[in-house]
Ligand binder design. Structure first.
Ligand SMILES: Nc1ncnc2c1ncn2[C@@H]1O[C@H](COP(=O)(O)OP(=O)(O)O)[C@@H](O)[C@H]1O
Ligand SMILES: [Mg+2]
Length: 515
């Protein structure tokens, strides 16, 4: 029988091949690794087609090159321009090519046989098409064991090519996706390192005993998830400490969610903390609360002393039961959240005045960290000053600034009611405003400068005692005002004066009360 007759007239042969073809398809569809898949297709096609070899050429569109690793087995990848050879011709025409003796065919690319040391005789090639019908490569079987490739062989190879193309595309996509995933994971790893570095305890500056004690506690609790209450005046680094605690903890790669309780109107506290269902009131959209957002991580409740008693009761319940309910919802949602809280209020006083719940206080204050006011750690002022100057100079792209001895003394003597934040802002301002390389007392704000002058400088100026005493008295009064944040009653008390006496002296020395 003529082997080139259409398949329809040879039902027996095709039926014979049907089972092995289905078998191959099944194997192909479960292989996800591209190179293993290409090996599998080549091996199975070689057997099925009773050929000596099979090669798959994949088109690299960017370079317009064909590449094949199968023809060379383990010897490496064969690459050539996509216009060459029978594979190139299949690519250009999209048609099946069946030749009895390749070396007699002008399209044959002899270079391949030369490079591989293989001798090609009969050759059957079909295009590989993706699901949109675009050609993605060519599929060749070489050297039919007996005779040449038949018309039936052409149909079988086409059917096999259609299945192979789908499997190859899937495997290529999987490879690309896993490459992307690896790249993303690597980038995320770098970003995490940067984030953790940025919030590490290394950025809490200070060699004073009080700062070192804070760092020690943060270090000691770094493996646990206990609740921590951080107290201290505004600007002492409470939030800085909270972030350091989070990024050193086992929850570092979970979220850090901050909520400023003081900034919230009473009516919103609950929905901010616990979330709200859609339609609770007209126009209300569903929102997740901070507790849910912090799941697996840390919730930082800033100014926790400002929570209303109602909100305190609800917060306490969540801490006890570890479940939340949306406002207007009925579902209980379990949450795993560590709570760090901060306040500049004295909560024990608040408790006595029944403004803060004692039971909540003990839940929040498993560990207590007290951030020192800057005037309590004056020895850290030079270190902090230089740290901020260096970092803001770097940011502004200017040469590092230095301070004269007098200017540094003034900074160390000033009371810093705004604490480290005030010092930081002052350095930021100086970096932008000082033209030269040196900061002198004249560059400092009035308040910092006048308190920064020593009694030594008063007595050394050789003048009548009365005048020097007056000068000293004036400075002590200014300092007392500074420290009491201009509360005249407190300033007077600090100096052992009556309020009236203090005000009289203010008039005498021309000290104006701030507006
Ligand atoms: N010990 C410190 N070392 C370095 N920077 C600090 C230190 N304490 C505070 N700061 C900086 O001062 C500013 C105010 O700190 P923050 O944590 O917001 O204070 P608080 O929450 O107590 O008001 C921040 O820019 C912070 O980085
Ligand atoms: Mg703060």
């Amino acid at each position: 029988m003529d082997s080139r007759e259409p398949i329809a007239s040879q039902p027996g042969h095709l039926a014979e091949k049907l089972f092995p073809i289905l078998n191959i398809c099944q194997k192909m569809s479960s292989e996800r690794d591209l190179s293993a898949l290409l090996d599998l297709i080549a091996k199975e096609a070689t057997n099925l087609m009773e050929a000596d070899r099979a090669s798959l050429f994949l088109l690299d569109r960017e370079k317009n090159e064909l590449s094949s690793r199968v023809a060379l087995g383990s010897e490496g990848i064969l690459r050539f321009e996509a216009r060459f050879g029978i594979a190139g011709a299949v690519l250009a025409t999209g048609e099946t090519i069946n030749v009895e003796d390749a070396h007699q065919d002008p399209r044959f690319y002899r270079e391949i046989d030369l490079r591989t040391g293989y001798r090609t005789r009969s050759l059957l090639a079909v295009p590989l098409r993706d699901y949109q019908g675009e050609i993605i490569g060519a599929f060749e079987v070489l050297n039919k064991k007996t005779g040449v490739f038949s018309h039936e062989d052409e149909e079988i190879l086409k059917a096999l090519a259609a299945q192979a193309a789908v499997a190859i595309e899937t495997a290529q996509m999987m490879e690309e996706m896993s490459r992307h995933r690896d790249q993303l994971q690597e980038q995320i790893g770098h970003l995490w390192k940067e984030v953790e570095g940025r919030f590490s305890t290394e950025h809490i500056i200070g060699t004073s005993q009080k700062i070192q004690a804070v760092l020690k506690v943060i270090d000691q609790i770094s493996n646990s998830s206990v609740n921590v209450l951080i107290t201290g005046e505004s600007g002492t680094g409470k939030e800085l400490a909270a972030k350091a605690i989070h990024y050193k903890s086992p929850r570092a790669r979970g979220p850090f969610v901050a909520l400023n309780c003081a900034a919230l109107p009473e009516a919103l506290v609950e929905s901010e903390l616990f979330g709200i269902e859609r339609g609770v009131a007209t126009g209300v959209e569903r929102r997740t609360g901070k507790f849910e957002a912090a799941h697996g991580g840390t919730l930082f409740l800033d100014e926790v002393g400002d929570l209303s008693l109602g909100a305190q009761a609800k917060l306490l319940r969540v801490l006890q039961e570890r479940i939340i309910e949306h406002v207007g919802g009925r579902k209980s949602i379990p949450v795993d959240v560590r709570v760090l809280s901060a306040t500049n209020k004295d909560l024990e006083t608040e408790i006595k005045q029944r403004a803060f719940r004692e039971d909540l206080y003990y839940r929040l204050k498993v560990i207590h960290i007290q951030m020192p006011a800057l005037r309590e750690i004056r020895e850290d002022i030079p270190l902090l000053t230089n740290y901020f100057l260096a970092s803001y100079c770097r940011e502004a792209g200017r040469e590092p600034l230095d301070l004269t001895h007098e200017a540094m003394s003034a900074l160390m003597r000033y009371s810093w009611p705004g604490n480290v934040r005030e010092l930081e802002n002052e350095m930021k301002r100086l970096v932008l405003s000082v033209a030269g390389r040196m900061i002198t007392p004249a560059d400092l704000p009035e308040g910092v400068r006048r308190l920064g002058v020593t009694t030594a400088s008063i007595s050394s100026s050789r003048r009548p005692l009365k005048e020097a005493v007056a000068e000293l008295e004036k400075r002590l009064m200014l300092e007392a005002l500074e420290q009491s944040r201009n509360n005249q009653q407190q300033a007077a008390a600090a100096l052992g004066l009556s309020r009236q006496g203090f005000i009289k002296k203010m008039k005498r020395y021309g000290i104006k009360a701030p507006l």
